[in-house]
Design a protein around this ligand. Structure first.
Ligand SMILES: Nc1ncnc2c1ncn2[C@@H]1O[C@H](COP(=O)(O)OP(=O)(O)OP(=O)(O)O)[C@@H](O)[C@H]1O
Length: 125
């Protein structure tokens, strides 16, 4: 909470608007997040092409959510690091590198999970 601000929590509607504002700024300004949104759209299109069953759709949607959420968290961490350490500092660099690694590990494993789902839908049904 911002110091000195009204201690009452914002309403759900206002909280949702703040979250939407964060999503919008990431979608407009972050190249990696744009790429991941495009990847999510592609995954959904492939789901229709492969005529996924309900459980496979659930797996694909969870995968998309995990990747987008990890990129949003990575962006949040980078933003805070830039705020508290605008100058070069090895710990700032480490924090950004580790946050980026989290995104890439997630993306890699989600891509493998997605391939399993589509291969199963195309060749084993
Ligand atoms: N303040 C800093 N001190 C030390 N190293 C830093 C600092 N800021 C960035 N770095 C190093 O530069 C790398 C790139 O940082 P940058 O802020 O450009 O993020 P990025 O990789 O461009 O992120 P994105 O592409 O997601 O916006 C970091 O991973 C880190 O290794």
């Amino acid at each position: 909470m911002i110091p000195g601000k009204n201690p009452h929590h914002p309403s759900f509607r206002r909280s949702f608007l703040f979250a939407f504002q964060g999503f919008r700024s990431a979608a407009l300004q972050e190249r990696n997040f744009k790429v991941m949104l495009a990847g999510g759209a592609l995954a959904i299109a492939m789901g229709f092409v492969c005529q996924l069953d309900l459980v496979s759709w659930a797996i694909i949607l969870i995968c998309i959510a995990v990747v987008l959420a990890s990129e949003l968290l990575n962006t949040a961490i980078e933003t805070v690091v830039d705020l508290v350490s605008p100058e070069f500092h090895p710990l700032a660099g480490r924090a950004k590198d580790v946050a980026a690694a989290a995104t890439w590990v997630t993306t890699l494993l989600v891509a493998l999970a997605g391939i399993c789902v589509y291969v199963n839908a195309l060749f084993f049904r």
